[in-house]
Design a protein around this ligand. Structure first.
Ligand SMILES: Cc1cc2nc3c(=O)[nH]c(=O)nc-3n(C[C@H](O)[C@H](O)[C@H](O)COP(=O)(O)O)c2cc1C
Length: 183
């Protein structure tokens, strides 16, 4: 079983990076034969979606080289953790564009959410739950919410003590869902 932890911010000096690395650090310490990989969206330089071919119809064959690399990477996983900031009470545009740029790669695969923002990215996560429904992606109920008020101190990421336990609970649920889907 392979699960991607997707770092969903492409901004320079992004605050999402330590959050994604924190989740990945916990994932790498888990017992079991699940492989976790941190996938940084910024490494793929996914262009704005202008292709005339609907990504779902493209069936994993994309006309843009960078989109194809993104497709090949995402297609190799059985499940995902979306680590998402919240921009203007919604999902971040760059991440949404990258998700929109693929189709079959996502279909039917479970996903869990980690958000951050002033109220833990909850509004972005609620929007993501609506978006991934179009790919028939089953979603894990447990989520992690990192707050700029409680998990950062003088600009430094200082995650609250409860988060490692929450992360393991969320990953337990995700692994169980992936196992159920794979049969
Ligand atoms: C354009 C923009 C809009 C934002 N809007 C919100 C918002 O509506 N609610 C919120 O809680 N945080 C908001 N934030 C803060 C981010 O959610 C988050 O805390 C972080 O600073 C941005 O993540 P990043 O550095 O990885 O891009 C916003 C940040 C940016 C850059």
């Amino acid at each position: 079983m392979k699960i991607a932890i997707i770092l969903g911010s492409i901004r320079k000096e992004r605050a999402t990076e330590p959050v994604a690395k924190f989740i990945d650090g916990i994932a790498q310490q888990r017992d079991g034969d699940v492989t976790y990989e941190l996938v940084d969206l910024a490494d793929f330089d996914v262009p704005l979606l202008t292709s005339p071919v609907h990504p779902m119809v493209a069936n994993k064959n994309h006309d843009d080289e960078n989109v194809q690399k993104w497709s090949d990477k995402i297609d190799g996983f059985d499940g995902y953790v979306f680590v998402t900031p919240e921009y203007n009470h919604g999902v971040p545009g760059g991440f949404k564009n990258a998700v929109d740029s693929l189709g079959q790669e996502w279909v039917g695969k479970p996903v869990a959410f980690v958000g951050h923002g002033s109220v833990g990215g909850v509004r972005a996560i609620e929007q993501w739950r609506q978006v991934v429904a179009n790919f028939s992606m089953p979603v894990v109920r447990a989520e992690l919410n990192f707050s700029g008020f409680f998990d950062w101190n003088d600009g430094e990421f200082t995650p609250a003590e409860r988060h490692p336990g929450e992360a393991n609970e969320m990953l337990d649920q995700l692994e169980a869902l992936v196992a159920k889907i794979r049969g």
